[in-house]
Design a protein. Structure first.
Length: 236
């Protein structure tokens, strides 16, 4: 019996976390997002994988990707379901080596295994996508450790979201791993904090990660985590 066909990305133009709604939000809040985008640029500047083929999962139109980032790689492949986002991303000046693939790597329990098999020699960037969708089984940290341990991969992703204004907004990079409550206390003062947990805290195991606030809307904040995994490095 032949193996089951790989799941294919379907065009999504009205997805609640992307599509037209997200493009309008990005246009409206581009100044509000500028500080967060600067943090992402710093993270990506420090990420220097040795592989020359980059696979970006969920880049949308690349609003958070700094100018010139795509040109660092000889080949760039993107997995993006939004047709408008694909069109906008392809029009970037640094997108000369960009092309798209239709593998849906996040929808099924074996999706990341299929990604690893199809792109064995790539560095993988999850572009603020893993906190936007639920893992199809277990959790994203488990699936990444199981299927992408031998890849160089990096991710920035939503950890929690809340409507409570933060007391502090400066990005931070704790030097040791700490519990979620301690990380939240770096941004929010003591007291009750109602959050939506996106299930991505300490995505690369029990090691230090970096954090920044994304003021996605006037009364909504996302805490975003950054981590970069070295190929072959065991997760703690």
């Amino acid at each position: 019996m032949p193996p089951p066909l790989a799941p294919t990305l379907r065009d999504q133009l009205l997805d609640p976390s992307g599509g037209l709604i997200y493009h309008l939000r990005a246009a409206r809040h581009r100044r509000r997002w500028a500080g967060f985008h600067a943090c992402v640029a710093d993270w990506l500047d420090g990420w220097q994988p040795t592989r020359r083929h980059l696979l970006i999962v969920g880049p949308n139109a690349g609003y958070a990707l700094p100018a010139g980032f795509l040109a660092r790689f000889e080949t760039v492949t993107a997995l993006e379901p939004d047709p408008l986002a694909r069109w906008l991303l392809s029009r970037r000046p640094d997108a000369v080596a960009l092309h798209f693939d239709r593998l849906d790597a996040l929808a099924t329990p074996d999706g990341l295994a299929r990604l690893a098999a199809r792109f064995p020699d790539t560095a993988v960037l999850f572009s603020n996508v893993l906190g936007q969708c639920s893992a199809p089984c277990a959790d994203w940290a488990t699936l990444l450790a199981r299927h992408l341990a031998d890849h160089a991969w990096a991710s920035y992703h939503d950890v929690i979201s809340t409507t409570t204004p933060p007391a502090r907004t400066a990005a931070c990079a704790p030097t040791t791993a700490e519990p979620l409550d301690a990380t939240l206390a770096r941004f929010w003062a003591g007291g009750e904090l109602t959050v939506v947990d996106h299930g991505t805290f300490h995505l690369d195991g029990n090691r230090p990660h970096a954090y920044a606030l994304w003021p996605i809307a006037p009364r909504r904040w996302h805490l975003v985590e950054w981590c970069a995994h070295t190929a072959g490095a065991a997760q703690a």
